[in-house]
Design a protein around this ligand. Structure first.
Ligand code: NOJ
Length: 534
């Protein structure tokens, strides 16, 4: 049975500013990623997704694109990208880019034209509206980064809508010319050989045509971001978005059908499961993988996680392939949320659940969120609503490679501070330590390659009590039990008859303990994979 690479493989997210600098300016670049491809191949991942690399004024660090078909000089050149792609492919690694279709930069030539006059041909490429009576914004919508989502343009006497910063005006996806232009962008990169895209805020693309007010959120508390004052009922997740996703899917599938290799689309979508599932599309004509972020926010508790996993599996449409994520460039790091002991258990969970895992760079080292001194804060999210813990700088800090100056990340002072423990917590050190969390990731990724049951097998939750989460994976004769102790005290798991002869394949701790009397004794913070003895 052949399974597409995006189902059996593991994706690794790179935040390019923070991976490896070669230019000596303290900011990571494409040549840096190319230099570290050997590390990634040996780690055992199958694909990299690189956050935006396009020309950008960097108001939102690349999520404000001013040219979709280029490379920002801070990151290198198009030739550097082609080289990266060729070298990645030579190592068997796929490369995904970040597609940012909801908004451009306000410096994008399309917006410059659009704002130039009400009669400009590109006026309708963005969302321009007359003021409400009294000159107020057209409705009550709030930016995801806080503050009102409408910016007044004095010269043309209208407001434009921006779901994020005012430097990120939203495109009008109801306009066929916008769709055509964005399809050209996808083709530009697909033609160069890019294997797929992560699609930024896919559920935001279409807004209710008549822009009604959003209703108040009854669960709002002042500790939350201002955006949470309202439910985004009319500003996101409109039915028309599915046709747009389907068109992108058709475009991507055409490459596969032409024998040019399967291209994948992954949608960034923060919605409850039932709404999320719709992004697989009618007849699987939507994105291949609507990102499943539940593990990032779920309470770390065995029974509720078991229920969450069961509910997600049950909600998948026929043929819909699952996926799991523990962290990304917007959310606190897993080691900060759970501590290192449970971060190891979480890594085992991520890499043994059914579905495509996405690993966030640095999580394989157990990196924690790095406190950022106030005068070094960069993220507009933090600067707009300070002190609420919404800032993303702490989880975007440079990758510590070794114990040389600046952790081998750069020859200059990095754009964000390194983790304070970098002299000890770095790649080189952890590669030399068999018990490190990096070594654990390498063993888990090797196990996925060796065991089809882990990569593509069936999944069944096992009954377990207390703090133990247990499940089986099976593919033909390949059969495994995964048992995770989510607490810092020992636990006992009674095994089914067939597993009495199993031996431990690996543990999140340094050594393994055998199955005794049909049961597995899990030590504090221990996860174990059992396999049928040969
Ligand atoms: C979601 C991205 O993940 C985030 O980093 C960005 O700020 C917003 N979209 C706006 O593009």
């Amino acid at each position: 049975m052949t399974v597409p690479w995006w189902q059996s493989g593991v994706i690794y997210q790179i935040y390019p500013r923070s991976f490896q600098d070669t230019a000596g300016d303290g900011v990571g670049d494409l040549k840096g990623i190319t230099r570290r491809l050997g590390y990634l191949a040996e780690l055992g991942v199958d694909a990299i997704w690189i956050s935006p690399i396009y020309p950008s004024p960097m108001a939102d660090f690349g999520y404000d694109v001013s040219d979709y078909c280029g490379v920002d000089p801070r990151f290198g050149t198009l030739a550097d990208f082609d080289d990266l792609l060729a070298q990645a492919h030579a190592r068997g690694l796929k490369v995904l880019l970040d597609f940012v279709p909801n908004h451009t930069s306000n410096q994008h030539p399309w917006f410059t034209e659009s704002r130039s006059s009400r009669s400009n041909a590109k006026r309708d490429w963005y969302l321009w509206r007359d003021p409400a009576p009294g000159g107020e914004p057209p409705n009550n919508w709030i930016s995801d980064f806080g503050g009102r989502a409408w910016e007044w343009d004095e010269a043309s006497g209208q407001y434009y809508y921006h779901a994020f910063l005012k430097q990120q005006p939203d495109l009008n996806w109801r306009n066929p010319a916008v769709r055509a232009a964005m399809h050209d962008v996808l083709r530009f990169w697909f033609d160069r050989g890019v294997d797929g895209f992560r699609i930024d805020v896919l559920w935001h693309l279409v807004k209710a045509a008549d822009f009604p007010d959003n209703p108040p959120n009854p669960a709002y508390r002042p500790a939350l971001g201002e955006m949470d004052r309202l439910l985004q009922l009319h500003s996101t997740d409109q039915p028309e978005v599915h046709g747009i996703a389907a068109d992108m899917r058709t475009l991507a599938d055409d490459y596969g059908a032409a024998g040019q290799g399967e291209r994948v689309l992954i949608g960034e979508i923060y919605l409850l499961v039932e709404r999320l599932m719709r992004y697989y599309g009618e007849g699987r004509a939507g994105v291949h993988l609507p990102f499943n972020f539940q593990l990032i926010e779920a309470p770390w508790q065995a029974r509720s996680l078991a229920a969450l996993i069961a509910a997600y599996e049950a909600a998948l449409p026929p043929g819909g392939w699952p996926n799991w994520v523990l962290g990304n460039h917007d959310r606190p790091r897993v080691a900060s949320r759970l501590g290192e002991g449970q971060a190891r258990v979480a890594a085992m969970l991520l890499l043994t659940l059914r579905g495509t895992p996405t690993l966030y760079y640095g999580d394989e080292l157990g990196l924690s969120d790095v406190p950022i001194p106030p005068d070094q804060i960069q993220d507009p999210r933090e600067l707009r609503e300070p002190g609420k813990g919404l800032g993303r700088d702490p989880l975007r800090t440079p990758m510590p490679w070794d114990d040389s100056a600046h952790a081998g990340f750069s020859t200059a002072s990095p754009w964000l501070p390194l983790n304070a423990d970098w002299p000890a917590r770095n790649v080189a050190r952890q590669l030399a330590e068999p018990g490190s969390i990096l070594a654990l990731h390498r063993r888990l990724l090797a196990a996925r390659r060796a065991h089809p049951a882990l990569a593509i097998g069936d999944f069944a939750l096992r009954e377990a009590e207390g703090d133990v989460l247990a499940y089986e994976r099976r593919h033909g004769a390949d059969r495994l039990v995964v048992a995770l102790n989510l607490a810092a005290r020992p636990q006992r798991l009674a095994l089914p008859e067939w597993a009495h002869d199993c031996r431990p394949l690996l543990s999140t701790l340094a050594d393994v303990t055998p199955v005794q009397d049909g049961a597995l004794l899990l030590r504090p913070d221990e996860g174990v994979i059992l396999t049928l003895a040969d």
